[in-house]
Structure formats: C-alpha cells, structure tokens
Design a protein around this ligand. Structure first.
Ligand code: NDP
Ligand code: OXD
Length: 308
C-alpha cells in the first residue's frame, strides 16, 4: 500500500521527511517514480497525470494540494476514488491577510493614491470610518467565514452569501440565487471566495456589476473563471466599478499583452492570496489517512455532484 506525491521536488522533500517519521510503513514515491503501480492507493497532487485509471488501478484517495479542486479533471478520476481538498490553517491565515489588505486598500483609497503618486498629485480625501463600508463576501466556507469574522472585528458592515444559509456572528447572511440581488445591492466592496463550479463560472459579469451600488470595488480571490473578463473593463471605464483587485486570472500566468496589466483601476497579484504550507499540509493528509484507515470520515471530502 503506497502513496505517490505529484509536485515539485522542493515540496516533496518536506513531505518525504514528514512521512518518513510518521508513516515509515508506507512507501512514499515522488512522481514520476511510482514503485509498483498496483500498490498505489493514495495520490497527493495539484493536477493529476492523465489516464489515472490505467496508471493506478487500485487508487482509493486523491488528496488535492489546493483548497479548490477545479484544476482537476473530474472526468478523469475513476469512480470510487474519493477526492479530498486541502483544509488547512495557513491557507486560512493567508486569505485573511490578503482580503484585509485589499479591503483596507479599497476603503482607504490606496489604489487612487498609488495612481496619484505616479502623476505627482497631492490630493487627499477625508477618511470615512470602516462602519460606513458594506463588505460582502461571496462564499462563507472555510475561508469566507473566518475572513468575515476579522472584517466584523475591524468594524466593517458585513454580509455574506452562500448556497445554504450560514451564520457568522455580526454578519447578515444571504443564501442562494433568490437572495443574491439583495446581497449585491448592499455591497460596496465585494469579495469572491466561492469555489469554481458550473454554478459559479462567470458569476462576476456585467449583470452582477450593475446590481452593485455605483462605484463598488471587487476583489476576486476565487478563480479566474469566476470573472467574465470582457465585462470588467467597460464596468470600470463607466465608473460602475471603481476598482478591481484580481489575484486570479484566465489563463495563469496572464499573457504579457493582456489589457488587464495596464488598466489603471486593476490591481493584479499572481495567485498569491494564500497557499497551504508544506509541513502543515502534510500533517493534514497524515491525519486524514489515519481517519481513513480507521474507517472514519475525512475532512475536506468533495461532493462531486455539487462540484466542491
Ligand atoms: P468551501 O467549500 O469551504 O466554501 C465555499 C463556500 O462557497 C460555501 O459557503 C458554499 O456554500 C459557497 N458556494 C459554493 N457554491 C455556491 C453557489 N453556487 N452559490 C452560492 N454559494 C456557493 O471553500 P473554501 O472557503 O475553502 O475555498 C473557496 C475557494 O477559494 C476555493 O474553491 C478556491 O477557488 C479559492 N482559493 C483561492 C486561493 C488563492 O490563493 N487565490 C487560495 C485558496 C482557495 P455552502 O456553505 O452552502 O456550501
Ligand atoms: C487553492 C489555491 O485552491 O491555492 O488552494 O488557489
């Protein structure tokens, strides 16, 4: 019974050490080395190799190295293989830091001041307190809920939107398609933290922008596929949106000639909002393996029917 790790050699070195001390009984192979293929029961990967079914005929669990699993080709994963996503503390901490930075920057007009600095313009506006800013987070899961807790603690007027109703203290919650418009109408700074599924692909589009108050900001730290890219620049140029902060794009890396690079109201970061740290991610997988072997349910199980 063995495990194959499919990622960079740098990360593999950390995982190998963790597994050597916690699971000396389990052969740990680093792709493309696999050992006997019929022994492989577990695969840890961001993206999987093609032809999984023939490659590892006895595969039981695929552990995604990401919180999202849209990078996996679900059609390629044999039925019966459980898919587990990464639920890990440093992913949460990183996302909190990123969203707080982006919300502060929108609230305190930092993107405008950065533009003014390039133009040698000294022109400050009177500051408005956090409580006057309505921040809306789409997705109240492992990342969205702790992000909302911190925003509430900082005094922002917060609301969250999810598929089923979620409760976070101090947050007005909205659920499902039926409540999306009401959520949007009360959101000055919109944060996208839903997973990319068939239901959410292209959700950040012209119709949605028009339902936000004029001059709203959007912060996309979900996936590039959430945004209809052709709808963004007209919304920014008309003033319907005043700023976009994009940590994700389609494709990644964004091609050098893409119009987003030079737009004055788009701030781009190269998918760095948060990432699992190798040592704690390895601990999470080790703990899930213990649960699996004991016949208990694992954390981060993907429901392939709903796509997340
Ligand atoms: P979770 O699965 O824990 O939470 C997802 C949330 O989105 C849930 O509240 C869920 O609703 C809601 N949701 C899903 N589908 C819909 C829908 N159709 N309509 C309304 N709400 C919906 O995911 P995480 O919080 O762990 O991660 C969210 C995403 O963040 C990841 O999928 C990934 O794409 C992205 N991410 C980006 C990173 C970056 O560096 N940019 C790093 C890590 C993650 P419900 O509560 O009802 O299930
Ligand atoms: C993730 C990511 O989904 O890094 O974990 O984007």
């Amino acid at each position: 019974m063995s495990l194959v790790f499919h990622q960079t050699p740098e990360r593999a070195a950390i995982w190998r050490e963790k597994f050597a001390s916690a699971r000396p009984d389990m052969p740990f192979h680093v792709w493309p080395e696999t050992g006997p293929k019929e022994d492989v029961r577990y695969l840890v990967a961001w993206k999987t190799p093609d032809d999984l079914a023939t490659l590892f005929p006895n595969l039981e669990v695929l552990f995604s190295l990401g919180a999202g699993i849209d990078q996996l080709n679900l059609a390629n994963i044999p039925p019966g293989v459980q898919i587990i996503r990464m639920v890990e503390n440093s992913l949460v901490e990183g996302m909190i830091e990123y969203v707080l930075w982006a919300v502060f920057s929108c609230h305190r007009d930092m993107f405008r001041y950065a533009r003014q600095q390039r133009e040698h313009v000294w022109n400050g506006s009177h500051n408005r307190p956090a409580r006057l800013y309505r921040v809306g987070v789409m997705g109240m899961g492992e990342l969205g809920s702790p992000v909302l807790e911190k925003l509430v603690a900082l005094g922002y007027d917060c609301r969250g939107w999810s598929r089923s109703r979620r409760e976070v203290a101090g947050v007005t919650s909205f659920a499902g398609e039926a409540e999306l418009d009401e959520f949007l109408a009360q959101t000055d700074i919109l944060v996208c933290l839903v997973p990319l599924t068939e239901a959410t692909r292209g959700i950040l589009n012209r119709d949605l922008f028009e339902k936000l108050p004029k001059g709203a900001c959007i912060i996309n730290c979900g996936r590039g596929g959430h945004l209809v890219q052709d709808d963004l620049i007209p919304a920014l140029d008309s003033g319907q949106l005043s700023q976009a902060v994009l940590d994700v794009a389609t494709p990644e890396p964004l091609p050098a000639e893409h119009t987003f690079w030079d737009h004055p109201r788009i701030f781009l970061t190269p998918h760095i909002a948060s990432a699992a740290q190798s040592d704690s991610a390895a601990e999470v997988v080790l703990a899930n393996l213990r649960r699996y072997e004991a016949g208990e349910s694992m954390t981060g199980v993907i429901d392939t029917g709903r796509g997340y």
